[in-house]
Ligand binder design. Structure first.
Ligand code: BG6
Length: 512
């Protein structure tokens, strides 16, 4: 088959979703995320013919790396981390437009060199390109990078036209409300909100996007999606991995900052928000903010709405693993939680009185993220639970990962001459219906940022609203020290303190 048929991108015939000529600059080019996610995402977009024909990649970092060596490292990253076998033709084409600029993040001169490099690309190409600045560094250098993008005139590049510069900011977006506000302030001194793309990679997951489709493209759910029919909602984001080599980062973070404030709250917002007036980014983000604003402040302290814990030694996947306090980079008296659970009340017409339970932890029984909607039970006048009638509440569960899909628990009659019942599960699995070649979250997000679609990114007010809810929890934990820190065996579903949250309403955590 001719190259042009296999890879029209190679010949400038791309049928991409409309990204204009673009230069992507990755700050933190020799970092872990760049190798594991960003470079493979760019490669797979190229392989899927979704890059603009005039696409340029610039790595920026403190290390002095020659262009050729950077291309070599990027090629290695693709071989190691790409979801599909690399095709040399595709990579060669991207590599031909891949370069590296060495410089400090607070080095104004280096940013001028970067600007001159982009000018040079445009000059050689004979036309303007859009610049996408992807900040994938530790948060301590977010501010200097942003300021230097401003000072070097990069943030205002082609400002008045469709090729205006954009900035993508990786997590963590602040570590509490004050720092998130300060970061927003630094960003807005340089960029306008419409140029800013705050990443939460959970929004790039297929199943998370499918939540909107399930909720609003099917007529059967919306009439039931409220306090009249729903008893409770449970969101679990469980990981089986421990902190691994990220002890240094994690010690400063913990489950609430690392997972709950961003990923889990986003799942909650999409599950519980009102129908947006359109699929427009602002319409969706407006509804998410309204929902987050309706969450009531949490009751803290003993018997409150929050639980935290650290994993102790245990067995995961048949292997003995150490406890959190024995992990590398973790202080023996660490206060950092590896598990957090919350019980939330949403004070609006739709949800008042319906408890929302959220939990996330490392080293749990298995890796699974799910949203479970538990419906109220029917009146027990005909079929009352008992020896003959094994009945369950109806549960609609969105399995975000792995084994992506949707299931509904119903009660059914067991075939036979007697009327006996049993809960049954109706399931839909992505892999069975659609095959398993799903793009990774970062592919969708990098492409959307190039196209200028902010729907799957966090707006500044959204980040602040979520921090507003989480910051008092963090403050109370900081004040309490280790008092109230529960523990759970690695490989379990979490600590007793977590079980106590639903138990107070007569509920219990569903085992995903
Ligand atoms: C990241 C967290 O945001 O998400 C990590 O910093 C976590 O600690 C990861 O492991 C989980 O992402 P995923 O896509 O593997 O569920």
């Amino acid at each position: 088959m001719a190259d042009s048929q296999r890879h029209p991108f190679l010949h400038g015939l791309s049928k991409h979703r409309g990204a204009p000529p673009t230069v992507v600059v990755i700050f933190g080019a020799s970092g872990d995320l760049t190798a594991r996610k960003l470079i493979p995402a760019v490669y797979n977009l190229g392989a899927d013919n979704l890059l603009p024909a005039e696409f340029f990649l610039i790595g920026y970092g403190r290390k002095d790396i020659p262009d050729e060596e950077f291309r070599q490292l990027a090629g290695d990253a693709i071989r190691e981390f790409s979801r599909r076998e690399p095709d040399q033709d595709v990579w060669d084409r991207i590599a031909a437009h891949t370069t590296y600029v060495a410089g400090g993040y607070d080095d104004a001169e280096a940013f001028k060199r970067l600007a001159a490099h982009i000018d040079d690309i445009e000059r050689k190409l004979g036309r303007e390109v859009q610049s996408l600045f992807y900040i994938s560094t530790p948060p301590s250098v977010f501010a200097p990078i942003l300021r230097n993008l401003g000072a070097a005139g990069l943030a205002r590049r082609h400002f008045d036209g469709p090729l205006h510069a954009r900035v993508v900011i990786e997590k963590p977006f602040g570590r509490d409300l004050a720092s998130a506000r300060e970061l927003n302030h630094t960003i807005r001194a340089v960029f306008e909100e419409h140029q800013v793309y705050r990443i939460d990679h959970y929004l790039g997951k297929e199943t998370v996007q499918d939540l909107l489709v399930q909720r609003f493209a099917n007529a059967i759910f919306e009439p039931l999606w409220n306090r009249n029919y729903i008893e409770s909602v449970q969101i679990t984001v469980a990981e089986d991995v421990g902190v691994g080599t990220r002890g240094g980062y994690y010690e400063q973070s913990g489950a609430l900052r690392d997972m709950i404030q961003n990923h889990t709250m986003q799942l909650l917002a999409l599950t519980a928000m009102e129908p947006p007036v359109s699929l427009d980014a602002e319409a969706i983000r407006d509804e998410k903010v309204k929902l987050l604003q309706a969450i009531q402040p949490l009751r803290l302290g003993p018997d409150g709405d929050v639980a935290r814990a650290q994993y102790a030694a245990g067995m995961v996947g048949g292997k003995a693993v150490p406890g959190f306090l024995e992990e590398e980079g973790i202080a023996a008296d660490s206060n950092t939680e590896t598990f957090a659970a919350l019980r939330l009340s949403i004070n609006n017409w739709r949800w008042q009185g319906v408890p929302f339970y959220l939990r996330s932890g490392k080293r749990m029984a298995r890796r699974v993220s799910e949203i479970a909607i538990n419906f109220r039970r029917p009146p027990g006048t005909l079929f009352a639970a008992g020896a003959k009638f094994d009945l369950a509440g109806n549960t609609l569960a969105f399995q975000i990962q792995p084994d992506e899909g949707l299931s509904l628990i119903l009660n059914a009659k067991i075939p036979g001459l007697e009327t006996r019942t049993q809960p049954v599960k109706m399931s839909f699995r992505y892999a069975t219906t659609f095959g398993s070649n799903t793009p990774e979250a970062y592919e969708r997000l990098v492409l959307d940022a190039m196209i200028g679609d902010g729907t799957l990114f966090i707006r500044g007010d959204e980040a602040e609203t979520s921090w507003k809810l989480c910051t008092p929890i963090l403050e109370s934990w900081a004040e309490a020290g280790r008092a109230g820190m529960d523990s759970y065996a690695a490989g379990s579903w979490g600590p007793p303190a977590s079980e106590a949250l639903p138990a107070r309403h007569g509920h219990h955590w569903r085992q995903p």
